[in-house]
Design a protein around this ligand. Structure first.
Ligand code: TYM
Length: 327
């Protein structure tokens, strides 16, 4: 029996942070043993916001190395660099002809980016979800390990798949999100999610223990003398969420009790977190060094992934062109 296909991608916007790790990479790791997986560095999505073209190639490679260091195994999954498989762009164009512009303009992710970069509202930004749909549908992906912030894009993907199937005959599955425990990692700075674009909000997977300590030291708390239930949102709530994500359960209970008794010491909580986070990241950082030092190995993994992905993509494109009357 054929295994279900899984696809996910991460933009090459810099070092991976804990949000990427819990929302996406943990899901990828959970799926690679039992599914037919393709995990990508989505460089074409990366260039929809201002970026430095002289650094893009090295950023792409860093994400591939992060994937390998996190434990993605090229014997179990294919690693892809999106722009190296031309089918993504071709399929995105073809799919864009069956999808309304108005729906794309209404997406919260598009509105957020417009607000964030008012001088950089480009076609690629509007196109983003269509390209993302083409990423997954090119490989007929059924499961997509991503954070909850990507749900609106998954909805577009399913709408496009349904529309295509109804117009041209059944071709694509309707991809579903694969959820992880950490599909929403909050910002360290209080409100919203952990995000690369918000300074003070994140911890990177490559941070050493001192950096982790410093970043946590800046996370807002309260007087520690409030008592009652642990808050559901804000700085304190986020520190408690991190205790949960790092499975520091007995410490969670202790600090919860301290909070209720109005004698919580945040410096102590932050130190427990620092140690817990570093313990999880240390093996990742050690494995990372091995790949950093073996560039031939990384090159061959990238090339192998490219060849495998091109082959699968070509099969889909032959079918799509034929169904749409283009051949
Ligand atoms: P990107 O690079 O913005 O995010 C990569 C992944 O990290 C997850 N993520 C989070 N999860 C939980 N909590 C957070 N604070 C947090 N911050 C980021 C994101 O949900 C994502 O899974 N649009 C995608 C890239 C993409 C893609 C695809 C994904 C392009 N094509 C096809 C899957 C399939 C994105 O958000 O990348």
């Amino acid at each position: 029996m054929n295994k279900k296909r899984v696809y996910s991608g991460i933009r090459a916007t810099g070092r991976l942070h804990l949000g990427n790790y819990f929302g996406a990479v943990k899901g990828m790791l959970a799926l690679q043993d039992n599914y037919d997986c393709i995990f990508s560095v989505v460089d074409l999505h990366t260039i929809t916001v201002p970026y430095d073209s002289s650094k893009l190639q090295s950023s792409i490679r860093e994400i591939i190395i992060d994937y390998l260091a996190a434990g993605l195994d090229p014997k179990k999954c294919h690693l892809e660099i999106q722009s190296k498989v031309l089918g993504h762009v071709e399929l995105a164009y073809l799919l864009s002809t069956i999808y309304p512009v108005s729906r794309l303009e209404d997406l919260p992710t598009y509105k957020d980016k417009k607000a964030q970069y008012p001088k950089y509202i480009n076609m690629g930004l509007l196109y983003y979800p269509v390209l993302m749909a083409s990423d997954v549908l090119l490989y007929k992906g059924e499961l997509v390990p991503v954070g909850i912030d990507q749900e609106p894009h998954l909805e577009v993907m399913r709408e496009i798949a349904r529309k295509f199937n109804s117009m041209f005959g059944h071709t694509f599955p309707e991809p579903q999100r694969f959820k992880t425990d950490g599909d929403y990692v909050p910002s360290l700075s209080g409100g919203g999610k952990m995000s690369k674009s918000i300074v003070g909000s994140y911890i990177n997977l490559t941070d050493d223990i001192e950096t982790i300590r410093t970043r946590l030291a800046l996370a807002p708390t309260d007087s520690g003398k409030i008592g009652g239930e642990v808050p559901k949102e804000g700085g304190v709530a986020n520190l408690f969420s991190l205790l949960r994500l790092f499975k520091l359960d007995s410490q969670y209970k202790k600090f919860e009790q301290d909070y209720m008794n109005k004698n919580i010491h945040y410096a102590e909580l932050k130190e427990v977190l620092t140690q817990g986070i570093y313990k999880e990241l240390k093996p990742f950082q050690e494995r990372r060094k091995i790949f950093e030092e073996d560039s031939n190995l990384v090159d061959s993994i990238i090339e192998e992934g490219r060849l495998k992905c091109i082959k699968i993509a070509q099969e889909t494109m032959v079918e799509v062109r034929k169904k749409m009357g283009l051949s």
